[in-house]
Design a protein around this ligand. Structure first.
Ligand code: BG6
Length: 484
């Protein structure tokens, strides 16, 4: 590699999650997952989480884009784009339908045998997330999700099962997707999708978040150790939503507030990568009297189970400002403490578009953690229009990805940051996680399916398909391809 080129083994690819593409939500023994009880919402509204399935609602993940049946056609298209890797997740409830069984569902395992074989046929390396917002729903109703220590065992049983089964097919693993989303504990969506938790009356959601996050870091650390015993070549990563929080001004109080915001957003990766709790957080949890179940044995597990690399999604940046009522900790609550950044534009869904923030983030993470970084999500949700002759002119997506890849390249080539790969969100159109919409499209491949579930499910290449194909073919050197 010269200082102008990316490494030859750079992992270009694309990403999805099982529940957002597969559909087939009850096929061959799959159990309900948390994604299966979430309805569709509008542009800026949250999805409703129902108690079980209520037939008066539409649940977009039940069929999604039917990747379960279309995967040979879709993987072929990924290969045509030149993917070196494909990030997806294993739907936990396809393998353990209820989550607490002793034995896995063989038919569920067989699906991933076929999917990974299909990828490897084209030399596409699977990158697999164990838990991507799709915990078995039974673990929510019977155990209260990850607020219950028992769920650690159910998770590690699932992890061990798939590590053993796919030991020769999958090398790159991620434990919990965007584990730090739930730091925004006042948002029902985050605690439910990360941890299968609904807050009960009288509960302190912040304390519940710290407890669930603790159990998940223990589960993650155990999974790392199990993985390395099964196959020492496995690379197991943590996965965070990397959204840097800037200070709104150079006022010292704003700087302190932003620093605490960053410490709060990234406490989970501190534990997963560094193997121990930051002291400020130990003091904070004590001062707030959260009364957490954190044992000496847990702390020893965390030390032994640090991850091999850090996966991150990057979509946007945040900005915060101190108020005149700060406590001595400058406690950060993401639901109330963000302010507008006048220097960056926003997407149609109000997400701040900030490519330089990606370079800032990669530098920040590298300074803090000193482990390889893998950008496993980056992209823009937008309304696409399918023309009569089945084209999608998604120049806005090309512009977004190009500007972010440029910053990634600067980080690697100028700043010397070890970035393993880049898998934009998303390889193909998906059901949006936060809104349940199909119309919030991310893919290089358009799927003819609408928010109400209508549509032929036919696949069409967008303009970004050929553009990204050229990016991969040139190993990131040509970002300006405009078509033949
Ligand atoms: C991340 C998730 O939060 O961002 C994905 O890991 C999600 O599952 C993606 O789809 C984009 O968010 P959204 O809410 O627009 O789908």
């Amino acid at each position: 590699m010269t200082n102008q080129e990316l490494p030859n083994n750079f992992l270009w690819g694309g990403a999805v999650a099982a529940h957002q593409v597969e559909g087939a939500y009850e096929e061959v023994g799959k159990g309900l997952s948390v994604a299966d009880v979430m309805t569709s919402a509008g542009n800026r509204s949250e999805r409703t989480i129902t108690t079980g399935i209520d037939p008066s609602y539409f649940y977009p993940n039940h069929e999604a884009v039917d990747f379960y049946h279309h995967y040979p056609e879709d993987v072929k298209l990924f290969a045509e784009m030149g993917f070196k890797c494909f990030r997806t997740s294993i739907a936990w409830s396809r393998i353990f339908p209820q989550g607490d069984e002793e034995e896995p569902n063989e038919d569920g395992l067989k699906f991933y045998d076929r999917l990974f074989a299909e990828c490897l046929k084209y030399n596409i390396e699977p990158v697999v997330t164990l838990s991507h917002f799709e915990m078995p729903y039974h673990l929510v109703t019977e155990y209260g999700g990850f607020r219950n220590r028992k769920v650690i065992t159910f998770f590690t049983r699932f992890a061990e099962t798939v590590f053993k089964r796919y030991r020769n097919q999958v090398k790159y693993w991620l434990t919990f997707n965007e584990i730090n989303n739930q730091v925004n504990y006042d948002r029902e969506f985050t605690l439910f999708t990360n941890s299968g938790i609904k807050i009960h009356n009288g509960e302190n959601p912040e304390a519940v978040m710290y407890q669930a996050g603790h159990y998940e870091t223990v589960a993650s650390a155990l999974a790392v150790q199990i993985a390395h015993q099964i196959n020492p070549d496995f690379q197991v990563g943590a996965m965070i939503a990397m959204t840097p929080v800037y200070p709104a001004s150079n006022k010292p109080q704003d700087i302190l507030k932003a620093q605490r915001a960053m410490q709060t957003r990234y406490w989970l990766s501190d534990v997963q990568v560094l193997g121990s709790y930051p002291q400020w957080l130990v003091n904070y949890q004590k001062a707030k009297k959260f009364n957490l179940d954190i044992t000496e044995e847990d702390l020893a597990i965390l030390k032994k189970g640090t991850v091999d690399y850090l996966g991150l999604s990057y979509y946007m940046s945040f900005t915060t400002a101190a108020s005149d009522k700060e406590d001595e900790f400058y406690s950060y609550n993401e639901a109330t403490d963000l302010v507008k950044n006048n220097y960056v534009p926003k997407s149609d869904w109000g997400w701040q578009i900030d490519p330089e923030g990606l370079r800032y983030s990669l530098n920040w993470l590298n300074d803090r953690y000193h482990v390889p970084l893998f950008i496993v999500e980056n992209g823009i949700g937008a309304i696409d229009h399918l023309t009569k002759d089945h084209q999608v002119h998604d120049q806005y997506r090309i512009d977004y990805l190009r500007s972010h890849i440029k910053q990634m390249k600067l980080s690697i080539l100028k700043d010397g940051i070890p970035v393993m790969g880049y898998t934009p969100w998303s390889a193909i159109d998906i059901v949006s996680a936060s809104t349940g919409q199909l119309s919030k499209r991310y893919g290089f491949i358009y799927v003819d399916r609408n928010d109400d579930g209508s549509g032929s499910l036919q696949r069409f290449k967008k303009d970004s398909f050929a553009w990204y194909q050229r990016v991969i073919e040139s190993n990131g050197a040509d970002l300006n391809y405009e078509g033949d």
